[in-house]
Ligand binder design. Structure first.
Ligand SMILES: Cc1cc2nc3c(=O)[nH]c(=O)nc-3n(C[C@H](O)[C@H](O)[C@H](O)COP(=O)(O)OP(=O)(O)OC[C@H]3O[C@@H](n4cnc5c(N)ncnc54)[C@H](O)[C@@H]3O)c2cc1C
Length: 415
């Protein structure tokens, strides 16, 4: 019996599990057992976190129980926090016990990086996981409630800190969040908090780079900037955040913005330095793998998704869900090849394009030289989500949320 242990129930881990079962079950292979470990018992569809944070999609509609997703073998799921991996002993240590393996797949993703900015981890809310999205949504609503009280008492200085919403990081996530947040303020909040002059509420996006969404072309970045500015978002480029306090953000230029709502989307870091021997990691803490997604020193260890770095020249492998999912079929086939002592194969990543929605009814699509902006790009993004989300139940829920949002205001209850 060969035991394949998958670490991580995100895009890479779940897709690898599914591919392995597609190979194992029809071929009636009985001597391979697959198990998956994840710290939560659910999968998160992270591309929609900003929609949960701004109330256009219900929080439970972007997650799915892992036991249900892996339903053919639900008993093969373990909810546990991975603490250490010993590649020599082929053992994984977790907070609930140890697990041995013959083949290991590491798909643990990355964690939020705060670049050691004082106060950031303590006071800023990160849009990386579901609890962060829920916390952001609650902070926005609670800030309006508090601003409403201050307004009654004519304490306008104190009110500003509740009505400045500062987003740190102008990558895809920060840009998408800024657009959605601006929509929420201009549509729902203006209606329900009529005592607050809406021009007091402001979304500020701070980005260290010279242009937004730097992985896209300069034309696409310019379109994103223009769109956000048109929506009333104040975009500050070329500045870093030097400190976050309970009620302010300090910038490298020396300026300070009063705000108790700082939403952090800038940068990620690998959590593997605490888990794996450092000689298997690159300088950014990611696992170095060959084009077959194997660790050269330990070919029985595979890695994919955000925590993997393909060392081969011309093997571009970006930290995207689509890259993790594409790699999963190669990983599954190579695992079977490895078990049968066959030669594993290499597969290059094929980028299918980027779609960035910015507020309602506007998106930017880019694929190499093809680029278009506007309503059609926004619709395309929704179609792609419907195709890529797991599970018909979540698809129906999300479609329903989007439809309801078109005709009625978003739910602004704080929970
Ligand atoms: C807000 C946001 C929006 C995004 N939008 C897009 C998009 O539109 N398109 C796109 O292609 N990509 C998008 N991405 C990126 C995409 O989510 C990642 O590239 C993708 O999730 C990587 O998959 P993965 O399997 O490597 O890691 P993940 O999907 O992050 O999964 C890692 C899993 O490991 C678990 N885990 C981590 N550490 C431990 C531990 N110590 N013990 C146990 N379990 C652990 C986590 O709970 C998680 O379930 C977005 C990301 C974010 C945060």
């Amino acid at each position: 019996m060969k035991k394949i242990l998958i670490l991580g129930g995100g895009f890479g881990g779940v897709a690898t599990y599914k591919h392995l079962h597609k190979i194992i079950h029809p071929a009636n292979i009985h001597n391979i057992q697959v198990e998956l470990i994840n710290k939560t018992n659910y999968f998160t569809f992270s591309p929609m976190l900003h929609e949960v944070a701004t109330g256009s999609v219900g929080r439970e509609h972007i997650v799915q129980p892992l036991r249900e997703m892996l339903k053919c073998c639900g008993k093969d799921f373990h909810q546990a926090l991975i603490i250490k991996i010993d590649p020599k002993k082929k053992l994984v240590y977790t907070n609930t016990g140890n697990y041995s393996y013959d083949i290991l797949v590491i798909a643990l993703g990355v964690e939020q990086s705060y670049f050691n900015t004082p106060g950031a981890e303590k006071y800023a809310l990160a849009l990386k996981w579901l609890p962060g999205a829920i916390a952001i949504r609650n902070r926005i609503i609670n800030s309006f409630e508090q601003a409403s009280e201050k307004h009654d008492t004519k304490d306008s200085d104190a009110m500003n800190k509740f009505l400045n919403f500062v987003i740190v990081g102008g990558g895809p996530t920060g840009t998408e969040l800024a657009g959605q947040l601006s929509d929420l303020l201009q549509n729902e909040m203006v209606k329900f908090y009529g005592d607050i002059p809406i021009n007091h509420a402001k979304v500020v996006l701070i980005h260290a780079g010279r242009r937004l969404i730097e992985q896209l072309s300069t034309q696409a970045s310019a379109s994103a900037l223009k769109r956000l500015q048109k929506m009333g978002v104040e975009v500050i480029l070329g500045e870093t955040v030097t400190e976050v306090t309970k009620d302010s953000v300090k910038c490298s230029s020396g300026s300070s913005i009063p705000s108790n709502s700082v939403f952090w989307t800038a940068g990620t870091e690998s959590g593997l330095k605490k888990i794996l021997p450092t000689k298997l990691l690159n300088e950014r803490g990611m696992i170095s793998v060959s084009g077959t997604f194997q660790v050269p020193e330990y070919p029985e260890i595979f890695a994919l998704g955000d925590n993997a770095y393909v060392t081969e020249d011309d093997f571009k492998y970006p930290p995207l869900a689509q890259a993790a999912v594409q790699a999963s079929s190669t990983v599954a086939k190579n695992i079977i090849a490895h078990i049968h002592h066959q030669t594993p194969r290499k597969k290059r990543y094929r980028h299918k394009g980027d779609i960035i929605p910015i507020g309602n009814s506007y998106g930017i699509f880019e694929q190499k030289t093809i680029r278009f902006t506007g309503f059609f790009a926004w619709v395309l993004r929704r179609i792609v989500f419907m195709q890529t989300m797991y599970g018909w139940r979540n698809k129906i829920h999300v479609l329903f949320d989007w439809t309801v949002e078109t005709f009625s205001p978003r739910d602004t209850s704080e929970f």
